[in-house]
Design a protein around this ligand. Sequence first.
Ligand code: SF4
Length: 97
Amino acid sequence: MALFIDKECINCGACEPECPNTAIYAGGAEFEYFGKKFEALSGDLYYIVPEKCTECIGFHEEPQCAAVCPVDVCIKDPDWVEDNSQLIAKKVDLHPA
Ligand code: SF4
């Protein structure tokens, strides 16, 4: 299950450097996915690219963005459900050995 950043985000930016997958971008910033650039998913608030979020599996015990967010707006997206094996496969794709 990917996480997303809720609209109560205060744009502090604490989450962005914590993500092992560079899945978090500032509002308005293009995101990169397998070498290609894509339009920002949010114009004003930090956002998470769900295709790049693995819930930090293989790197940390818990989602790091949620751990550092001072207003608890990094939350699991019920519309983006993935089981552990899917998350692990995603992590391997993003970080080939
Ligand atoms: Fe990145 Fe982990 Fe947050 Fe997903 S849960 S966006 S992988 S820091």
